[in-house]
Design a binder for this molecule. Structure first.
Ligand code: PHE
Length: 341
């Protein structure tokens, strides 16, 4: 019986060591150690042994079972490791392969123009403020000295949210003057870019939504010459040193005196061409000294403080800079257009 067991041991250990995968290893376990396996078969013959031999053979059989189990376990681990190693090898990524270049977009031409303006004003010590597009008509009109009955307050011009005309889409960025004066400590130097809305039909120069940049300075002793000097400097930075400008008297309810600022046409040098519609000049903004009534309404003493403000259309500026002839192109987001910038 001892010989049988030693033979089994030798054969089993060899087979286990040589097994190539988990399935054949399991088959070996069943074959040698299973209920109907070879070791059990040998033990069945224990009855033939003498009383002294029996415990010895029993002990030997137990050792053999333990040894085979350990050997199977070890082979299983080896096979698993080999399998994992094979898998890792198959799944390696060649990091030197060229990747797929993602298609990156870029900034919209109008926001390029805006960033340029922001940089100019930041360099002059202005802060940039942001405000609501849905506005109380108090802020859009009344506090700006635009009383009930003024044509710009009409339903035909302004988008209102309620019958009482209390809430509207702002028609200009000028309410940001009031917000700044009501919330910021003096002195104030700010610009406020953003969307504004008016009931205009869409055409090559009009859109019901467009962008303005508001600017305002409030301090002691601020005069019209500060307004002119600052805006002249900004225009020179935008359009080049030596750009000729002119200020024409105008009327806005919230500034007094008020003006519009023109630049001499950079295309024809003032002779008159299609770009300036034969005028020689291109209007770029409205401006003026902040009206004393507006200052007082925001709790600022007009006898101590004064200030100036301006409002500029952003689309028009970008169109001039990039020679865009139709406003609609700016909003249609056609990549064939956008990719040119
Ligand atoms: N808000 C005016 C407009 O939309 C422009 C403006 C701003 C004029 C500030 C004077 C001062 O036309």
């Amino acid at each position: 019986m001892r010989e049988m067991m030693l033979k089994l041991q030798e054969a089993a250990l060899k087979a286990i060591r040589e097994s190539e995968d988990a399935e054949s290893l399991e088959a070996l376990r069943v074959r040698y150690l299973g209920k109907k396996g070879e070791l059990t078969g040998i033990l069945r013959q224990m009855g033939k042994l003498s009383a002294e031999e029996r415990p010895q053979m029993g002990q030997l059989a137990n050792q053999l079972r333990a040894e085979l189990e350990a050997s199977i376990e070890e082979r299983r681990r080896e096979l698993n490791e080999a399998k994992l190693a094979r898998k890792m090898l198959q799944e390696t990524v060649d990091v030197t392969l060229p990747g797929e270049t993602p298609r990156l977009g870029h900034k919209h031409p109008m926001y390029n123009a805006l960033d340029q303006i922001k940089d100019i004003f930041i360099a002059l010590g202005f802060t940039i403020v942001d405000g609501p597009e849905v506005e109380l008509s108090d802020y859009n009109f009344t506090k700006l000295n635009i009383d009930e009955g003024h044509p710009s307050r009409e339903w035909t011009d302004t988008f209102y949210f309620d019958r009482e005309s209390r809430v509207c889409l702002r028609t200009q960025t000028s309410p940001m003057q009031v917000h700044a004066m009501e919330t910021q400590p003096l002195p104030i130097r700010m610009i406020a870019p953003g969307r504004v809305y008016r009931k205009d039909e869409v055409d090559a120069t009009h859109s019901p939504m467009f962008h303005q940049i508001e600017g305002m300075v409030i301090d002691k002793g601020v005069t019209m010459s500060d307004l002119k000097a600052t805006l002249n400097l900004v225009v020179e930075r935008l359009y080049g040193t030596g750009t000729v400008t002119r200020f024409r008297p105008h009327h806005f309810p919230f500034t007094e005196p008020s003006c519009e600022m023109d630049i001499q046409c950079h295309k024809c040098g003032g002779k008159g061409c299609p770009t300036c519609k034969g005028e020689g000049w291109i209007e770029i903004l409205g401006a003026g000294m902040v009206h004393p009534k507006v200052l007082a309404g925001c709790g600022i003493d007009p006898d101590v403080y004064s200030g100036w403000a301006f409002g500029m259309g952003l689309e028009r500026l970008a169109m001039g800079e990039y020679k865009i002839t139709d406003l609609r192109l700016i909003f249609e987001n056609d990549v064939r257009f956008l990719e040119q910038f």
